[in-house]
Design a protein around this ligand. Structure first.
Ligand code: DGY
Length: 358
């Protein structure tokens, strides 16, 4: 008898023509309207699933995994995966994947858009004009800060950080400084035109500081009141990574009290809720987490996630070897539900077995 087709949960409406590719190998249970799934709903959806295609909205940890005995693979449509509890996934022997590379340029572009809008007061000017406040051209209207020739600081120097550095250095003649967990090889630094500095130097010397580092317990509120106090009062702060990197009340206070000139935010700690103290400020540009939101890039992300999920479930040209694993469990043999239920997980490529913690 042929093995039953795996069941796959698709948590949000994505692009139907791409998601339909899953149906060649799997039974697909796709959510058709944008939905806020609470943990109970996520656990219920995963209970019968062998795989899941999810977005940053869906948080998956030990509690959800404990109720998902068949689950083998999760494909996250996004490069950031702080919505996933990686140790819990590894303990359960579930492969998780993300979608790097395909969104690098698009996200770097948005970082620059926010930087330019905030530093040159673009959205603030527009609001003021629409309010009918422009009575006469004046020399001192909406004076902002230059981008070209200024010092760009980048915190986090992965793919997106490097793409931003290239834009700043080659496109705008900026002096580019960066800080990162590890220093880049010299040839890469030269290629992107960036110099490594320590964190405090980055804060003190940047005219514009872009946050592009992953969010984790270690980077939680890395930009807090103390960090903001080390920045130039004329500086711009841009966050396109994750909201939890910034202590938002401290940022709002600095922006309201002239200790920081402007900010551009695409991500928020409690998104989609944005703090009223940020909404009330004119010198902050706010966008609704659209870093990767060009049509071509969003399609490429979904395609990559579908390819990763099929590969993780054992189908397609990379069967068993998805291109973008973020778990230590990277490849698997065709585990059966029985393996999971008895708590034995075979980790392919290692020849090891691990007791499932459930
Ligand atoms: C990502 O990929 O992590 C973005 O934040 C979602 O598009």
């Amino acid at each position: 008898m042929p093995a039953p087709r795996p069941r796959v949960w698709v948590s949000q409406p994505l692009f139907d023509d791409i998601v339909d590719q899953l149906a060649a190998h799997c039974e697909v249970d796709a959510v058709v309207e944008v939905t806020e799934h609470d943990p109970v709903a996520i656990a219920a959806a995963l209970r019968e699933a062998d795989g899941a295609l999810i977005t940053l909205n869906e948080r998956i940890g030990a509690a959800e995994l404990a109720q998902a005995p068949r689950l083998r693979a999760i494909a996250n449509v996004g490069v950031g995966y702080n919505n996933l509890d990686i140790p819990a996934l590894d303990a359960a022997g579930v492969i998780a994947t993300n979608t790097p590379d395909v969104l690098t340029g698009t996200t770097a572009d948005l970082g620059f858009a926010l930087l330019m809008a905030a530093a040159r007061r673009v959205t603030e000017s527009e609001r003021w004009l629409r309010e009918g406040q422009w009575k006469q051209w004046s020399f001192s209207t909406m004076l902002g800060a230059d981008i070209h020739g200024s010092t760009l600081g980048i915190l986090g120097m992965g793919r997106i950080g490097q793409a931003i550095a290239r834009r700043g250095h080659h496109g705008f003649g900026m002096r580019v400084l960066y800080h990162n967990r590890s220093r880049l090889p010299e040839a890469v630094e030269q290629g992107v035109g960036a110099s490594y500095v320590d964190f405090d130097t980055l804060l003190a010397q940047s005219d514009h500081l872009l946050l592009v580092l992953p969010y984790s317990a270690a980077s939680h509120h890395i930009i807090d009141a103390a960090a903001l106090a080390k920045m130039k009062p004329t500086a711009t702060l841009v966050n396109i990574a994750r909201g939890g990197l910034v202590d938002e009340p401290a940022l709002a206070d600095a922006l309201a009290n002239g200790r920081l000139a402007a900010a551009g935010l695409d991500v928020y700690e409690g998104e989609p809720v944005v703090r009223p103290e940020l909404l009330a400020l004119r010198n902050v540009v706010l966008t609704p987490h659209i870093g990767s939101a060009s049509l071509a890039t969003r399609r490429a992300m979904v395609q990559l996630a579908v390819d990763n999920l099929l590969a993780a479930l054992g189908f397609g040209p990379r069967a068993g070897h998805p291109a973008n694993p973020v778990t230590a469990t990277k490849t698997r043999t065709a585990n059966t539900a029985a393996d999971r239920i008895t708590g034995i997980t075979t980790i392919a490529g290692t020849g090891k077995t691990a007791a499932g913690k459930r």
